[in-house]
Design a protein around this ligand. Structure first.
Ligand code: NA7
Length: 534
């Protein structure tokens, strides 16, 4: 006996919750399957110390409900994991979403049976006409395959699968592998209580101080009064953030004025630094000035010159890898019980029962090993669903040369499958809820169109190929492909095809392309009358 729904949505994070709500409000029946025991997605799983959003709270939230915008009170400039999770739990309750969500239900495969999807889970089978993935972009943990991990007698955790009741590191010898956004958030917090903290760094990273603080009530009230205008700026922006990018040409400024501009941007902190530097991702000379400023800051903050130099990125321009923001990251290396190990110079050779052994033979004894080693981004969460297309083809085979989609929202050969924040969408380069709402609204409109016209749909191979070409061109028009080790390129996962995955052409432009596709009657999709109707 299988369960049936018009639409099955996989995942109950930001995307899945809104997809369910939106479909319901359009009179479409939907059911959500969620592997975890609660809502929240990314924010349910990423409970590591220091987990916090890099977007500011007043706009890292839904915009679909003005009432929700007014009711919810954010307490900090950058919302922490626990607060975002409470927000999503509130959304689930306020819009009565839980009654259509099956928790602790992991999808193990999905295939076509005639004109329907059959979705297998570890708790029974679902059938549906439309299948929507809301599985996130950064949800498939990348644990490096280091020999000997299974022999380690301490405890080890990946940050994206952190135990719900936490890990007590008080007085213990802690090692962190990875200095991406996650490591940079976790390292200062772990250093507060660890007996000794050893950071294993492969690629030095730029980071900007977040300047997190409690959100003053008068500022929160001002945002609430101004939401209509804030949302308008987000919709017109390249990245879904409500910042207007500076008009100033930093190259035309005398050195001291340019330095003052960077200093003011550094003081403002967070992603506002980038908004102060026009063309930073498209003009190498502009980027050089910003990169040099940030490199000098590391040397100002870090006392030991050799440690400062190891922490200084020399191999990629600023913001070509996802730029972290931090609270006291570089200053943490001035603490006497924190040490930095350069594993590009001396790679990790093995995990031993006692800790980490480097290629040189140096041993680092540890009680707790933390992998802040990121994710098999964008394509990984989709590949592990076990999807098979119309002719039984596995997604892994369809994507052998790299992930390919149309608009990031659908895949040729996979009818009536829609992928929120899929590879080829701009989502990871944007404020995520802004992209998610756009994707959900667009997919919901398409589902209603197909339902009303009794049609099935999948992208045409030609449209998919044109989109891949456009995604390549958009990336090549920026400095982004210059970061050889970036997860945007799949470079962090051994064996993953090197394809620039996100759409770098800008959120507003992407939205216009999607709107034009819908207005023209979905020319990039093969629309087929259903057999039943014929
Ligand atoms: P990231 O940004 O992929 O960072 C992972 C870090 O782990 C990065 O410094 C990697 O070095 C390092 N890494 C990965 N594998 C290894 C191995 N085998 N040995 C040593 N070091 C390794 O993931 P995050 O979780 O920090 O951030 C993901 C996103 O979440 C972030 O961008 C935000 O959007 C939120 P590398 O740079 O690959 O040399």
């Amino acid at each position: 006996m299988s369960n049936d729904a018009e639409v099955v949505v996989i995942g109950a994070g930001f995307a899945g919750l809104y997809m369910l709500h939106r479909l319901r409000s359009l009179g479409v029946g939907a059911h959500v399957l969620e592997a975890a025991d609660g809502v929240g997605g990314t924010w349910h799983a990423n409970r590591y110390p220091g987990a916090r959003c890099d977007s500011e709270s007043y706009y890292y939230c839904y915009s679909f409900s003005p009432e929700l915008e007014q009711e919810w009170a954010w307490t900090e400039r950058y919302p922490g994991q626990a607060e975002i999770l409470s927000y999503l739990e509130h959304v689930a309750d306020r819009f009565d979403l839980r009654r259509d969500i099956s928790f602790s239900t992991r999808v193990t495969g999905a295939h076509r049976d005639g004109e329907r999807w059959v979705v297998e889970t570890d708790r029974g089978t679902w059938t549906c006409r439309f299948l929507v993935t809301a599985v996130g972009c950064l949800s498939s943990a990348n644990v490096p395959d280091i020999p000997g991990l299974e022999t380690f007698t301490g405890e080890w955790h990946h940050t994206g699968r952190w135990p719900a009741d936490g890990v007590d590191v008080t007085g213990r010898r802690v090692g962190v592998v990875g200095t991406g956004s996650t490591g940079i958030q976790a390292i200062p917090v772990l250093a507060e209580s660890a007996g000794h903290l050893t950071v294993f760094q492969r690629t030095a990273n730029f980071s900007i101080p977040a300047r997190n603080a409690p959100l003053p009530p008068e500022e929160a009230a001002a945002y609430k009064d101004d939401y209509a205008a804030i949302r308008e700026v987000q919709q017109a922006s390249t990245n879904g953030h409500p910042f207007v990018v500076s008009e100033v040409d930093v190259l035309a400024l005398p050195d001291d004025e340019r330095r003052d501009l960077f200093e003011r941007a550094w003081e403002r902190g967070g992603l506002r630094f980038r908004a102060a530097v026009r063309d930073v991702l498209t003009d190498e000379a502009v980027n050089d000035t910003a990169s040099d400023f940030l490199r000098a800051k590391i040397h100002e903050i870090v006392d030991d010159p050799a440690t400062a130099e190891t922490l200084t990125p020399r191999d990629h321009p600023f913001a070509t890898k996802r730029p972290p923001i931090d609270t006291d990251y570089f200053a943490t290396y001035n603490r006497p019980h924190v040490s930095l190990v350069d594993v590009r110079a001396d790679p990790i050779a093995a995990i031993t029962p006692d800790g980490v052994r480097l290629a040189s033979g140096a041993e680092h004894p540890l009680d707790v090993l933390v992998f802040a080693t990121g994710f098999d981004a964008l394509s990984g969460p989709l590949l592990r669903l076990g999807l098979r297309g119309a002719d039984g083809q596995e997604l892994a085979d369809a994507w052998a040369e790299g992930a390919a989609t149309y608009l990031g929202l659908g895949i040729a050969g996979f009818p009536n499958l829609f992928t929120i924040t899929g590879p080829g969408s701009p989502s990871v380069l944007t404020n995520m809820p802004t992209s998610i709402e756009q994707h959900v609204d667009w997919i919901a409109d398409l589902v209603v169109h197909l339902r009303d016209a009794d049609l099935d749909a999948e992208p045409t191979p030609e449209a998919q190929e044109r989109w891949a070409e456009h995604v390549r061109e958009a990336a090549d028009a920026t400095l982004l492909p210059r970061a050889a080790s970036s997860w945007y390129l799949g470079a962090n996962v051994p064996g993953k095809p090197r394809v620039f995955l996100p759409y770098a052409g800008g959120f507003a432009r992407y939205r216009r392309i999607c709107d034009a596709e819908a207005e023209a009657g979905y020319p990039g999709f093969a629309l087929r009358a259903r057999r039943r109707a014929a």
